[in-house]
Design a protein around this ligand. Structure first.
Ligand code: AMP
Ligand code: MG
Length: 269
């Protein structure tokens, strides 16, 4: 079975996060193996990103969601920085501005979708509009409950227009979050990351898990699948995310376009 098939959520699968072990790693893979594999995978991603750019037919959109301290930033740093900066752009979605709130919730998202030839990474996304918006009651249920279907339709439009979509839920345990918060308090170079709001959100952990389960059960589609990545071990998370990106790019059967002229007749004087 491919790595993709191992971690994918099938359409209509009913997800209970208790069945997913955040601590899991394949027992036959050591940390050292995984780090070596990640290096090789970064080289391969660079090649595939170059081909994506040259062919100019598909875009790739990678969505990262997780609880606070779940490893979104570090996945971007460790896994995706290998990509050519020309063809890869990361967008972080924060609390919406007044202008953004005056539009439909997908307005700010759609504008950042990568163009053909590009890889776009969303650090948080429109899923916040059915996660924090639901848990913290930022909008009434009558509003957020309609969004799952709206999201599926939106993502279908993108997919039908050559945007390949991968959605990763970096699954950490509540205990792991506590340790990572603790580490932030203990390391002066991490103090900039300490936000009292994060500790506040932690109090609603169980409600977030229910909200994530609904996202995973409702919005994993053939055209935009969710993957639940065991994320307590950063080295395992990194290698699995990189493998899935590679498998996906390889499945696009990309080709270099033919040269625009007869190369054999080109002379350089
Ligand atoms: P961070 O990603 O840690 O820099 O934090 C960004 C914050 O913005 C998080 O607390 C998110 O929950 C919040 N956020 C992102 N998108 C939305 C949204 N659509 N509605 C409300 N809060 C959001
Ligand atoms: Mg944060």
């Amino acid at each position: 079975m491919s790595i993709r098939d191992t971690y994918i959520i099938s359409p209509h699968q009913s997800v209970n996060l208790d069945d997913f072990d955040p601590d899991y790693s394949d027992p036959s893979v050591t940390k050292k193996d995984a780090q070596k594999q990640l290096e090789a995978n970064r080289d391969r991603m660079l090649e595939l990103g170059y081909l994506l750019f040259a062919e100019n037919k598909h875009a790739l959109l990678i969505i990262l969601q997780a609880m606070d301290a779940g490893g979104k930033d570090s996945t971007v740093r460790r896994v995706l920085t290998g990509l050519n900066p020309d063809g890869c752009r990361v967008t972080s979605f924060k609390v919406p501005s007044e202008e953004e709130l005056d539009h439909d919730f997908l307005w700010r998202i759609h504008r950042e979708v990568p163009r053909r030839g590009e890889i776009g990474v969303f650090n948080r996304s429109h899923y916040e509009d059915v996660l924090i918006a639901r848990v913290r009651k930022l909008v009434p249920e009558s509003v957020w409950s309609k969004r799952y279907e709206q999201i599926n339709m939106f993502e279908q439009i993108l997919a039908e227009n050559n945007v390949a979509i991968l959605k990763f839920f970096l699954n950490i345990s509540k205990e792991e979050q506590k340790q990572r918060f603790q580490a932030r308090l203990e390391m002066p170079e991490k103090h900039w990351k300490v936000r009292p709001e994060d500790f506040e959100e932690r109090k609603h952990w169980d409600k977030y898990m229910r909200a994530y389960e609904d996202v995973l059960s409702t919005c994993s589609t053939e055209w935009a699948p969710w993957f639940v990545i065991p994320a307590n071990k950063k080295w395992y998370r990194n290698v699995i995310v990189s493998e899935i990106i590679i498998e996906t790019l390889e499945s696009l059967n990309m080709q270099f376009p033919p040269p625009p002229c007869d190369i054999s007749k080109v002379t350089i004087t």
